[in-house]
Design a protein around this ligand. Structure first.
Ligand code: GLN
Length: 287
């Protein structure tokens, strides 16, 4: 398929026809506006109003390449190199999970229930892009935030995001599943985490744009030990603290199992909360 001309109307038609059948119509629409904004510096209003204006050859080439990559299911966030999360602009790449709207809800819950507590010490486990840590620091500026990840590549992205958003976060590289690496994680009042929780058997249900482009280490857990990250998080919290609250994102099918685990560990408070789709998505607890 060829682009008929450099006119905006023709470029839009090219994007639409190149991606129809691959994505829903509304998604293709919004991709088109994102590409015009990123590569041509044009707002949605300009794109809609100036259909007979032209874009230049190098801009056209960028759009052309992006359509090819979208056809191969590469996430739009990777093509643009960034995404929005809780009102912030964050860099993302193949080393970090693309932040999801559910995780914005997790951040919202932490802020709503804790904003008034002075000098809160927060630990973010499996920080990835740094989305949770940075959004919390932006909204609770006097909190002390430590963000941990096993991946040096992820931490490099998170550090850039913290700098770009003018937030001070203490980053630590550690494997939370390995208690011998817990030493630098000493002092915290609140733990927040969106750990890997998708079951290996759920892989078959996942889309190529996730499976082929996002880090599996940030997504999957073995079916036979689906709660391993939560066990490690509770273990860490129990070993270091007298009291602390925990806010975690969970697999929608694991709420009951986590409540059982909470009973077994004799947690002071435990509750499963639903997300905007009515799915059991968060586990909140106190030790
Ligand atoms: N919600 C993400 C997804 O379905 C998974 C996030 C996670 O494993 N922590 O792709």
């Amino acid at each position: 398929m060829k682009v008929a001309s450099n006119k905006i109307a023709d470029v839009r038609r090219y994007i639409k026809e190149g991606l129809q059948g691959v994505y829903p119509v509304e998604e293709v629409q919004s991709f088109a506006f994102m590409l015009f904004e990123q590569f041509c510096g044009m707002s949605m209003a300009q794109v809609l109003a100036q259909t007979r204006e032209t874009i230049n050859e190098s801009e056209l080439l960028l759009v052309y390449d992006a359509v090819k990559e979208l056809q191969l299911q590469r996430p739009i966030q990777h093509i643009l190199g960034h995404t929005r999360f809780y009102g912030l602009n964050l860099k993302v790449n193949q080393h970090v999970l693309i932040p999801r709207p559910e995780t914005e809800e997790l951040v919202e819950m932490v802020i709503k229930q804790n904003y008034y507590k002075p000098q809160l010490k927060i630990l973010d486990i499996g920080t990835g892009s740094g989305c949770i840590a940075i959004a919390l620091k932006k909204n609770m500026p006097d909190a002390h935030i430590t963000a941990v990840d096993i991946s040096g590549e992820a931490l490099a992205v998170a550090r850039q995001n913290a700098d770009a958003n003018d937030t001070e976060i203490h980053f630590v590289q550690a494997d939370i599943l390995n208690p011998s690496e817990w030493a630098p994680l000493t002092d915290f009042d609140l733990v927040v985490s969106n750990p890997p929780y998708v079951l290996e058997t759920e892989k078959a249900l996942m889309h190529a744009n996730v499976l082929n482009f996002e880090p599996h280490a940030a997504l999957f857990v073995p079916d036979r030990d689906a709660l391993l990250f939560y066990k490690a998080i509770f273990g860490l919290a129990k070993s270091k603290n007298k009291r602390c609250s925990m806010y975690t994102e969970i697999n929608e099918s694991k709420g009951a199992d986590l409540m059982q685990l909470a009973q077994l560990l004799d947690l002071k408070y435990a509750k499963v909360e639903k997300d905007m789709h009515g799915k059991e998505r968060f586990f909140v607890a106190k030790i």
